[in-house]
Design a protein around this ligand. Structure first.
Ligand code: PLP
Length: 407
């Protein structure tokens, strides 16, 4: 095989489809979020970031930064080992306690990312429980899909957020067979929210465990930032709650929270937990400070929701179509990968606004979009500039607008 030719052709195909990924080379400006410098070919240019998952700006929160600085000064740079072999520092232990408390569970376990936590926890549960069937929502994140696939367990894919289909599939399985329902609370691309209580009802009726990914909800919802399950008083009904430290908490890392025995089981059997170096203590300290802050402070959540409402109202006033949903994610649908990339490029080049185009395979072909994530660190002037730039571009590209009554 001509390997170099193969790689070139595959990449060429991606380019032709408009799905080739180009990363913005950014330098975030701590203390001035959402501002960043974009290292363009023509030299650094100041841009406003409108697509970050640092939803609350906690990546520049003074408490978080102070905790990280302190931990670096006290413990040095890295953890120095896997959790099993010298890498469990006190910062990890404290963070796991903080996480268990956040979700009202007996224990929590850290991983190097949310992706790894899903892959390792689902993969371990599904491969180690004899005869288990995993029932997975069809729009679950790649990390959940990969974990389930890796386990080689029996699986059933149920229609997105469709309780009838889930029940039909549960009915189809032997009553005594072990089952695990895996789903998310806030779906990250459409921003819709799962009917968690009803899924728990089905789980109870059919003897299934539940695994809830709250990656796009932790820090953001619930009186202490425990996520949608906390907001709805459902945390104790879920077998496993999974989350990330890399989005609303502003740092990096992932975790599960569950019963002591389940967590101990994953700790003891998950290769994605056992055979990798622990997160740096400073990361654990920063994450703990972030969680601790958001448990006590509602200000960030309040401003976040307010900013989201403002952006939606302003887009509506201009007839710029965006998908309605009950969360903080604003998907502005374009429906074409080339146009999506073009709009994103012009926003960056002419308006200093950075919104990464979301193309296949992150979303299905034909549903390409700009995914806007307003945050408390966006000012009213930032909102003015964003909305006015989108208005210009919708005219320039002759994109369809929605009459206000039809929104
Ligand atoms: N779960 C969902 C639903 C996600 O959207 C993501 C990442 O974007 C992850 C898990 C992975 O989390 P992390 O970015 O911490 O690896």
């Amino acid at each position: 095989m001509n390997y170099p030719k193969y790689f070139r052709e595959q990449l060429e195909q991606l380019r032709e489809e408009g799905n080739y990924r180009v990363f913005a080379d950014l330098e975030r400006q701590c203390g001035a979020f959402p501002s960043a410098f974009s290292h363009a070919e023509t030299g650094p240019e100041k841009v406003t970031v409108w697509c970050s998952n640092d939803y609350l700006g906690m990546g520049q929160n003074p408490n978080v930064l102070a905790a990280m600085h302190r931990a670096i000064d006290n413990c040095g740079a890295g953890a120095g080992g896997t959790r099993n072999i010298s890498g469990t520092t006190h910062e990890h232990v404290l963070l796991e306690r903080e996480l268990a408390d956040l979700h009202g569970k007996e224990a929590a376990l850290l991983f190097t990312s949310g992706y790894v936590s899903n892959w390792a926890a689902l993969g371990t549960l599904a491969s180690r429980i004899p005869g288990i069937t995993v029932l997975s929502d069809e729009l679950n994140h790649a990390s959940m899909i990969e974990g389930i696939r890796h386990s080689r367990c029996q699986k059933r894919i149920w229609k997105h957020n469709d309780l009838e289909d889930l029940e039909k599939q549960l009915l189809d399985l032997p009553a005594n067979a072990p089952k695990l329902i895996a789903f998310e609370s806030v779906y990250s691309m459409d921003g819709d929210i799962a009917p968690i209580a009803e899924i728990c009802d089905l789980a109870d009726r059919y003897g299934a465990m539940t695994y809830l990914d709250e990656v796009h909800a932790v820090g953001l919802y619930g009186p202490r930032g425990g996520g949608i399950a906390e907001r709805e008083g459902l945390m104790e009904r879920l077998t496993v709650i999974e989350g990330t430290l890399g989005k609303a908490f502003g740092v990096v890392g992932g975790y599960i929270a569950a019963s002591y025995d389940l967590v101990d089981f994953i700790r003891s059997f998950a290769s994605g937990f056992i055979f990798t170096t622990a997160l740096p203590p400073a990361v654990a300290a920063g994450a703990a400070a972030s969680i601790c802050h958001l448990k006590q402070s509602d200000k960030e959540r309040y401003l976040h929701q307010q900013r989201v409402r403002e952006v939606r109202d302003r887009l509506d006033a201009l007839g710029i179509p965006h998908t309605k949903n009950p969360s903080h994610i604003i998907p502005v649908m374009v429906g074409d990968p080339v146009k999506c990339r073009f709009i994103s490029d012009v926003l960056m080049r002419d308006y200093g606004i950075y919104i990464q185009p979301i193309n296949y395979p992150t979303v299905p072909k034909g549903t390409e979009r700009l995914r806007i994530t307003p945050s408390p660190v966006h000012s009213p002037e930032d909102v003015d500039r964003l909305v006015s730039a989108l208005g210009d571009l919708w005219t320039q590209c002759q994109l369809a607008r929605k009459p206000i009554a039809a929104q």
